[in-house]
Design a protein around this ligand. Structure first.
Ligand code: SF4
Ligand code: SF4
Length: 136
């Protein structure tokens, strides 16, 4: 056993390390990776199917401006990412393909406080910085 381990170590001594220097070096994600949802407000009709589909009851339909600075409001989903299991059902069930999967797995998702994990329609639409309004 000892000899086997020494042989293994000698065989690998010149190979590069397999550890990743996260967060300095970003991980490579597969095409099917399901990260923070992206909302296309122009497609969303506020039907609430995503909210009714969510197995964790994570989505609320709220009124929000249709665009940054606009006084006109419509109904859009708001997601509490702290309870989201990233199953993707909300994306699959949306009749208008208004939701899609983003690639964020750290920014916007890793927070100090649960309340900062509330993704407003503006955050889901990436109209504002995902870390905007966070408390430390
Ligand atoms: S994101 Fe899709 S399912 Fe959800 S309210 Fe908008 S249109 Fe309906
Ligand atoms: S990915 Fe799944 S758990 Fe997360 S909001 Fe969508 S339906 Fe709910």
């Amino acid at each position: 056993m000892v000899l086997k381990n020494i042989k293994y170590a000698l065989n690998n001594i010149r190979k590069p390390p397999v550890t990743r220097l996260f967060p300095e070096v970003e991980s490579q994600l597969s095409d099917r990776f399901r990260g923070l949802q992206i909302l296309d407000k122009s497609r969303c009709i506020g039907c609430g199917i995503c909210a009714n589909t969510c197995p964790n009851n994570t989505i609320r339909i709220v009124k929000a401006p249709i665009a940054p600075g606009s006084s006109k409001e419509r109904w859009f989903p708001e997601i509490d990412i702290g309870h989201c299991l990233f199953c993707g059902l909300c994306i699959d069930q949306c009749p208008k393909e208004a939701l899609s999967s983003g690639k964020e797995y750290a920014k916007g998702v890793v927070k100090w406080k649960h309340k900062d994990l509330l993704m407003t329609p503006a955050k889901l639409a990436r109209e504002v910085n995902l870390d905007e309004g966070d408390e430390r």
